[in-house]
Design a protein around this ligand. Structure first.
Ligand code: PLP
Length: 392
């Protein structure tokens, strides 16, 4: 069969029709499935035949979502999880053991920091952070007990980028598992597996849902690794609810059109902010002023939906700016239809010390905008008036 394109896979991947011949997929809200007879029950439990047993293990809605995500990411297998953090946690905890070491990019999601800094040390799993912007330092940080490289690219909220092709080669050279949190890019903008990532992890809560309604995540990757992850998940229980899987599978149908508009709006906002006298620094992967612009162009389809900037006047002006916004939401979420403004230093990354924050590119006055799908003139008008009305 000829290979289908992204948009078609996102829409036409569907679990089997029932006898009702429904056009779109029903919701399978059932905790268990019945066996034809004792022999089928035995064979299902012995993994001799495929099929559903119990929704903590699998469910048609979850299977459909995972099959679709695998097609879109170019991965062999996967599992859907109750949240993005469940995905990050099980993708590491299922494959690591006491004594192992993780090499991670310094700039990772706040809760991923807590797993590495606080939770894993309790079971003697250690880590070292390396800087995305300084690839030359990575090789020397690999230890004899290093098992995994964990990165986010683009990173949150610094929007730094790492060369996935280079990292894939480094991981293979040292026989390490490369695990990429692809939440900011989504499978539409970037496919880490294509560059050598062994695991691709997602918070589906963000752009994959895209409408701020459900929490979810996924671990996708090589068959033999997912086998371990699935065993761990089946017996520890971080499975996604079928309802959320149903919502997210539906959300994926519009991912491409939504991301095209998110990215178009974000680039327009980045260009506007760059020309505003009251703004100091603007960061967006597809702005020519981004230090890794060429690399972004190489491995991403568009620049993503997140723009960060620093307003003149530091933390005080930043606070006044946020309070002056009339339409934009002040929220910790991102990847929503609604444009969201966040002050990372006092919210998402408040658990880090000032020094740790600076090391991951979070200055006191940094503002992160998740550019939504409202009319662009209305988004710009609100930001423009908030910049004017927050003058110190
Ligand atoms: C939000 C986010 C997560 C965590 O996902 P949840 O669905 O909130 O658990 C992980 N990584 C990144 C990059 C995120 O933005």
């Amino acid at each position: 069969m000829e290979e289908r394109n992204f948009e078609t896979d996102a829409i036409r991947t569907q679990s089997e029709r029932t006898s009702f011949r429904e056009h779109s997929v029903p919701l399978y809200l059932t905790s268990s499935f019945v066996f034809e007879d004792a022999e089928q029950a035995r064979a299902l439990f012995a993994d001799e035949i495929p099929g559903n047993i119990y929704t903590r293990f699998s469910n048609p809605n979850n299977t459909e979502l995972v099959q679709k995500l695998c097609l879109l990411e170019g991965t062999e297998d996967g599992i859907a999880t109750a949240s993005g953090m469940a995905a990050m946690y099980i993708s590491m905890a299922s494959l690591l053991k006491s004594g192992d070491h993780v090499l991670a990019s310094r700039s990772v999601f706040g809760s991923t920091h807590q797993i590495l800094n606080v939770i894993f040390p309790k079971v003697n799993i250690s880590h070292t952070y390396a800087d995305l912007a300084d690839p030359s330092s990575w090789e020397s940080k690999i230890q004899p007990n290093t098992k995994m490289i964990f990165v986010e690219t683009p990173s949150n909220p610094a929007l730094d980028i790492v060369d996935l092709e280079w990292l894939g080669k480094l991981a293979n050279q040292y026989n390490l598992i490369l695990n990429v949190d692809n939440c900011f890019a989504t499978p539409y903008l970037q496919n880490p597996a294509k560059w050598g990532a062994h695991l691709v992890t997602h918070s589906a809560t963000k752009f994959i849902d895209g409408q701020g309604r459900v929490i979810g995540g996924a671990v996708l990757g090589k068959k033999e690794l997912i086998k371990e992850v699935r065993f761990f998940a089946r017996h520890t229980g971080p499975s996604m609810s079928p309802f959320n899987a149903w919502v997210l599978s539906k959300s994926l149908e519009t991912l491409a059109v939504r991301m095209d508009r998110h990215c178009q709006n974000a680039l327009e906002l980045a260009n506007y902010l760059q020309s505003n006298q009251e703004v100091l620094k603007v960061k967006y992967p597809f702005l020519a002023s981004h230090p890794q612009y060429e690399l972004a162009k190489k491995q991403m389809k568009h620049g993503g939906g997140i723009v960060t900037f620093e307003i003149k006047g530091g933390i005080e002006r930043g606070r006044k700016f946020l309070n002056a916004l009339k339409m934009l939401s002040l929220s910790a979420n991102l990847g929503d239809t609604r444009t969201v403004a966040t002050h990372p230093a006092s919210t998402t990354h408040s658990k880090l010390s000032d020094a740790e924050r600076l090391a991951v590119g979070i200055s006191p006055g940094l503002i992160r905008i998740s550019v939504g799908l409202e009319n662009m003139q209305d988004i710009m008008r609100d930001i423009d008036q908030a910049i004017s009305n927050s003058a110190l």
